[in-house]
Design a protein around this ligand. Structure first.
Ligand code: MN3
Length: 240
């Protein structure tokens, strides 16, 4: 972390004690409430975490968060920029021989950047529950909050290989929907706006939970920031 980033982080954290959890997240979003994933030039950027690396202890340990944010999420950001450059280069040179390769890579790395950016904000260090409009939508779509929790947990625990469990808003049907995403980009429905994402790649839990993915998912269910999920639903309904 460079000095400027450290200061930015300190400022955000300095405010965290007096602000509701979801407000500190606005630092990493655009004015319209969408996550800020690129800089002014349009290059992908890794935003600082919205909290200290030990904020989610003991459910998620500081070392896992550090490695996960810096090298897995950070690595995807760097790779997505390279993929974009290689596609531009191919277009400049009028050479279509490798564009399919870089296009697949970009789908993988950019999807990783999007999901990780949402993931950090979806978690907090205290128990919250869905309320208001979000709770009504959950009840209308899944029957009850408990049924939704059981559904997204089962979906996340059973991803084949690496991937994500995702609660999303589907604008084409105006419903909440669950996805079982493989890697970062497979098995989506077109149009879905992710609201809550659970990273079940091994790097997300292996240091602390070893091979017990189910234990990790159960622990995550206790630290979900439902205020952030509600804010994301509100934004999704406005922008699509
Ligand atoms: Mn990950």
């Amino acid at each position: 972390m460079n000095r400027k980033m450290f200061l930015q982080n300190s400022l955000i954290l300095g405010g965290a004690s007096i602000l509701p959890t979801n407000s500190i997240l606005a630092a990493n979003t655009e004015l319209n409430g969408i996550d800020k994933l690129t800089d002014k030039e349009g290059n992908f950027v890794l935003q600082p975490l919205p909290y200290n690396e030990n904020f989610l202890e003991p459910s998620m340990d500081a070392e896992t968060i550090h490695l996960h944010h810096t090298f897995h999420h950070g690595g995807a950001v760097k790779a997505a920029n390279k993929d974009m450059q290689m596609i531009r280069k191919a277009l400049d040179e009028n050479n279509m021989e490798t564009v399919d390769y870089w296009t697949k890579k970009l789908a993988f790395h950019f999807s990783s950047h999007i999901l990780h950016s949402i993931f950090w904000t979806n978690l907090t260090n205290k128990k919250t529950d869905p309320q208001g409009d979000l709770l009504k939508e959950i009840e209308a779509n899944f029957g009850s909050y408990d049924k939704l929790k059981g559904y997204i947990a089962a979906t996340s625990k059973n991803v084949d290989g690496n991937g994500w469990g995702i609660l999303g808003y589907q604008p084409y049907s105006q419903k909440l929907t669950i996805l079982q995403c493989e890697n970062h980009e497979k098995l989506t429905q077109w149009g879905v706006v992710p609201l809550l994402v659970i990273d079940v790649w091994e790097h997300s839990y292996y240091l602390k939970y070893k091979n017990k993915r189910a234990d990790f998912v159960d622990a995550m269910m206790n630290i979900i920031n439902w205020d952030n999920v509600a804010e994301r639903l509100n934004t999704a309904k406005k922008i699509v």
